[in-house]
Design a protein around this ligand. Structure first.
Ligand SMILES: *[C@@H]1O[C@H](CO)[C@@H](O)[C@H](O)[C@H]1NC(C)=O
Ligand SMILES: *[C@@H]1O[C@H](CO)[C@@H](O)[C@H](O)[C@H]1NC(C)=O
Ligand SMILES: *[C@@H]1O[C@H](CO)[C@@H](O)[C@H](O)[C@H]1NC(C)=O
Ligand SMILES: *[C@@H]1O[C@H](CO)[C@@H](O)[C@H](O)[C@H]1NC(C)=O
Ligand SMILES: *[C@@H]1O[C@H](CO)[C@@H](O)[C@H](O)[C@H]1NC(C)=O
Length: 954
């Protein structure tokens, strides 16, 4: 599954950064510390195959049973030890009849009462009249249910067709525990069986599923029965089916198709997804040397979708906006995002589908590998985009944020309840695990790593695995003769990274005798004396002034205990005045801190030497590490701020992306400082040279990275008030509003809209709202919803928030869009945060009800509060925020864990301010030439003639 794609929340950006940031953090809680047990099925029976028959009436617009479904499942099962009853999972179903027969066809049960249903554990227990002996049985269950509205299980979604009519479709989302809503089953990831499926549906609609269609026959005058080929033995959570009147495009020789609403298909908006799908599966098969196992592979874009995408075997489902790319209308970043998400889901066809985790504790065997594969496969498919380099700033540096908290969890974490299972889909399962696997890829060497993966996939195919199986396969590859022997036990390595929470910082210092001392300790955002000592089996390597080769990422050695010493050798030489950089290309999952002298030598090289002699991924590392080490008190802010001043020379994207994250944090925190103008001046001095170099318009010769870099630069230039930037973005938006130009260059659209809206008047705001309101293009809507939050006018923001609670349907938000409106507002500085807090205090009941509509089991308020906590910066906000949280907890919208996390995050910010304001202010006073910038105050645009369609709402 691809994590929930709400918005920018995960990176600390104070504004819509224009960089397509993909994922929202799930709230850090709720995570049960004490495992709640009793939710697992007994192991005394197991399924041999399922035959499912389902009837839907979703095509029948306006009929009273349009959203009802009827089902029958026949389960062939084996009784493994004598039992009286058979336990299965179900959810929100009405069971009407059960029939149990033994292998000799003797009917043991055939009635509407020989079963019990437990709503807490979601067990359907079939009660046999006498003890069942070991052997095979057949169980038939008749039931009915309702298509859900929360994007989980067997659920409904809708779209507007070319004539403006609403059309409904029926679709599925089963991971983690919702297959049981479509049919009673053994709904655990370690249990597999082949599945036969028959769908009865209106004959104006068609049905697709994991497997190709076997037959299609009329049922009666208006219904058709579609039967699918049997699946291979598979996990229930990977089953999928969609009944719709969608159109499709196909690549027949490659057995791939993409389905979506007919308008998007005829626009060609899904052509890229089809092309990328074909390239990506080839890239994966080549990298893994394992073939894809189902006879076809379809993708489909669904309008209402809780997560970003789901890897159902042979039928990958996506939130529609994640799959669409139109080369004239879409920004380049969307092409990259679509390629990545496809590569992630296709990576799962091997990791997760072919080999499943034995239990959700090992979710990282799915999501960590899919995260690693998304960069590897998308990069192989589209080398020009340089996607692989982004694994550092997007995955590793992002994981460093969550995993630096005391409240983080180890990669292996056992839980049982459905809520706790969904909370496992977090930064640890995705970004940390993907980055730890990337570390192994480089530490064992790509060749050995790949050989190990092949052993793993071959040995465990169609089975359920644990990390021990993966360790054994890698050990086998490591033990083979190879040019880079590792005398380490892979299990020990796994233990240190997957069973311990957190990650290390490597301290590097050099004595007068030229000896380098290494020391590791756990990195914590708030270092604590009581922290338990931990060490990791840490692979390291380095480049030096005299040997500035950053290309080989194999380890020089492994740090096994807490410390080690490195002496210069004839072959490995450095002087006391030479810089050294550890962790080449930031492939190791740890931060690096240096002694003062080494930081000074590195900074000197960046400023006065050839900054490009240090690899650009290591420049990004130096930016991220120095700013974060300063934030956590390991390093002086003077060192970090001085280091990043080299960015006046930087033109590479990845360092700028790291800086963007670091500056967003500082910008948010310093906004309340008396010296904020000096900080803005400082930022302007950093971005000004590149801002002028990249300019305010795209060039045909731009690479993907140039386009992304330009957005960061424009965004900061405008944000710190560059007159040139604000004037130009305002006038571009004014032209759109005045209908002098159709629209803005898609690559610049988000920055222009956001910055143009900062000081815009009511009419401009309403114009943009109206545009969003009328748009049927989901990715355009994402962009506009986010841009509207950039307004700094509290009245407009409040109005905007109110539209998110519209229940008349006039505002036309999809379930998942309502909470986006809210986050678009609170991420935008003081005005936005304070307006959002007030709004939440006044409307908690309605917010809880409506925002959760788009995601099953959602905790919209918990997640919003965690996001807001990161943005609370001063004591007044903190007090107000705490009072609000206490009220929310009392009303049951926040649980104790969420409350504690929010308090910790916000409290941390306030404490940071107390500790660091003075230091940073003094540094800025001493180091920034004040007054050089022409700061713009933009006159408000006077716009006439705007169609105010939302007047009715206001
Ligand atoms: C079920 O699990 C228990 C506990 O792990 C084990 O002792 C028992 O042998 C298992 N039974 C079967 C039939 O696998
Ligand atoms: C299932 O059978 C076992 C053993 O006969 C019994 O202890 C248990 O109560 C039964 N469960 C239900 C829900 O009837
Ligand atoms: C056709 O079959 C469907 C599904 O069983 C049923 O709901 C519908 O009433 C039938 N229509 C007619 C005309 O019999
Ligand atoms: C992009 O979308 C427009 C209309 O929305 C369509 O006319 C055009 O053909 C599409 N372009 C491509 C390259 O798909
Ligand atoms: C905008 O301009 C286009 C062409 O110049 C025209 O067809 C359209 O009606 C105008 N729209 C509005 C709202 O004035």
């Amino acid at each position: 599954m691809w994590k929930t794609v709400i918005l920018i929340l995960s990176v600390t950006s104070a504004v819509w950064s224009g960089v397509p940031l993909l994922r929202e953090k799930l709230p850090l809680s709720p995570r049960q510390e004490v495992p709640v047990s009793g939710y697992r099925l007994p192991n005394n029976t197991s399924p041999l195959r399922y035959d499912i028959e389902l009837t839907t009436h979703v095509h029948d617009h306006g009929s009273p049973n349009q959203f009802d479904f009827e089902g029958k499942v026949k389960i062939s099962l084996r009784v493994l030890e004598e039992v009286q009853n058979i336990t299965l999972h179900y959810r929100q179903l009405t069971v009407t009849h059960v029939k149990l027969t033994d292998a000799a066809n003797t009917v043991l049960v055939n009635d509407d009462s020989s079963f019990t249903m437990d709503t807490t554990y979601e067990f359907l227990v079939i009660l046999a009249p006498s003890v069942l002996r070991v052997g095979d049985y057949s169980l038939e269950i008749d039931y009915h249910g309702v298509l859900r509205t929360d994007n989980g299980g067997f659920y409904r979604s809708s779209y507007t067709d070319a004539n403006g009519n609403t059309r409904w479709i029926a679709t599925t989302q089963f991971e983690s525990t919702d297959a049981r809503h479509a049919f009673p089953c053994y709904d655990e990831p370690g249990t597999r069986a082949p599945i036969g499926l028959k769908l009865t549906h209106g004959n104006t609609y068609h049905a697709i599923s994991n497997m190709p269609i076997k037959s299609q026959n009329p049922w009666n005058a208006t219904y058709t029965v579609t039967q699918f080929e049997d699946t291979l033995s598979m996990q229930t959570y990977l089953l999928a089916f969609v009944v719709s009147d969608f159109a499709f495009v196909s690549d027949t020789p490659n057995k791939q198709s993409v389905y979506a609403n007919p308008v998007s298909i005829s626009n060609g908006d899904l052509n890229f997804a089809l092309e990328a799908g074909v390239k990506v599966i080839a890239a994966l098969e080549d990298y893994l040397q394992v073939g894809y196992s189902f006879p076809k592979l379809d993708q489909i874009g669904i309008p209402d979708f809780a997560a970003g995408a789901m890897e159902n075997w042979g039928l990958v489902t996506y939130r529609e906006e994640a799959l669409i790319y139109n080369s004239t209308k879409s920004p380049m970043g969307q092409l990259k995002r679509t390629a990545l998400i496809i590569a992630h889901e296709y990576g799962h066809q091997f990791f997760g589908n072919l080999v499943s985790p034995k239990w959700w504790s090992y979710l990282w065997l799915n999501e960590g590998f899919a995260t690693l594969m998304q960069y590897i496969a998308a990069n192989k498919a589209y080398p020009d985009l340089r996607i692989q380099e982004m694994a550092t700033v997007e995955a590793l540096q992002n994981a460093f944020q969550s995993d630096a908290l005391e409240s983080t969890r180890p990669m292996n974490s056992y839980v049982e309840t459905p809520t706790a299972i969904s909370a496992l889909f977090d930064d640890i399962a995705y970004d940390k695990s993907g980055s730890v696997l990337r570390q192994f890829q480089h530490a064992f060497g790509d060749r050995v790593f790949r050989a190990g993966l092949k052993y793993y996939l071959d040995a465990m195919q169609f089975k359920a695995a644990t990390p021990d199986d993966l360790a054994a396969a890698l050990q086998k590859a490591v033990d083979e003769p190879n040019d880079f022997p590792v005398n380490l036990n892979v299990s020990d390595i796994f233990y240190s990274w997957a069973d311990q929470k957190g990650y290390p910082v490597l301290h590097v210092s050099r004595g007068a005798d030229n000896v380098i001392t290494l020391r590791q300790e756990r990195y914590l955002l708030k270092p604590s004396k009581d922290a338990v000592k931990a060490t990791w089996l840490l692979p390291y390597n380095f480049a030096t002034y005299q040997a500035p080769d950053f290309s080989s990422t194999l380890p020089y050695d492994w740090l096994v205990g807490e410390t080690a010493e490195l002496r210069p050798l004839p072959s490995l030489h450095w002087d006391n005045d030479d810089w050294v950089i550890f962790n080449k290309q930031q492939t190791g999952f740890y931060r690096v801190n240096y002694d003062d002298k080494l930081w000074e030598l590195i900074t000197n090289e960046l400023h006065h030497g050839e900054h490009s002699s240090i690899h650009h991924l290591n420049r990004a590392q130096l930016i991220d590490d120095s700013l974060n080490l300063a934030r956590s008190g390991h390093l002086g802010y003077d060192v970090a701020l001085k280091l990043i001043q080299y960015l006046t020379k930087e033109e590479e994207y990845v360092p700028w992306a790291s800086l963007n994250n670091g500056l967003s944090y500082l910008n948010r925190m310093l906004a309340g400082s008396a010296k904020y103008n000096l900080f803005k001046q400082f930022v302007w001095e950093l971005v000004e040279p590149s801002f002028h170099k990249f300019g305010l318009t795209s060039k045909p010769s731009d690479s993907h990275f140039s386009k992304l870099t330009r957005n960061i630069l424009i965004n900061w230039a405008c944000q710190v008030g560059s007159e040139e930037c604000l004037t130009q973005t305002n006038s571009q938006l004014a032209e759109v509003v005045a209908n002098k130009t159709e629209d803005i260059d898609p690559n610049l659209k988000s920055v222009v809209y956001c910055n143009g809206l900062r000081n815009a008047d009511r009419d401009t705001f309403l114009f943009v709202w109206d545009r969003m309101h009328r748009s049927q293009d989901p990715s355009d809507r994402v962009l506009l919803i986010s841009a509207l939050g950039c307004s700094q006018d509290p009245e407009l923001l409040e109005l905007y928030l109110e539209t998110s609670l519209d229940e008349t349907g006039d505002a036309s938000y999809r379930g998942q869009e309502r909470s986006r409106v809210f986050s678009a507002v609170y991420v935008n500085g003081k005005v936005g945060l304070e307006t959002a807090m007030k709004f939440l205090a006044e409307n908690a009941d309605t917010i809880d009800r409506l925002y959760n509509g788009g995601s099953f089991g959602g905790r919209a308020i918990g997640s919003a509060v965690t996001g807001m906590a990161r943005r609370v910066v001063n004591k007044e906000q903190y007090d107000e925020f705490l009072a609000l949280n206490t009220k929310l907890e009392a009303a049951g919208y926040l649980n104790a864990n969420e409350l504690a996390t929010a308090k910790e995050l916000a409290g941390e910010n306030v404490q940071w301010t107390n500790t660091n304001f003075g230091v940073i202010e003094r540094w800025l006073e001493a180091n920034v030439k004040s007054g050089a910038m022409r700061v713009g105050t933009v006159s408000r645009m006077a716009i006439t003639s705007v169609a105010v369609l939302i007047a009715a709402l206001l």
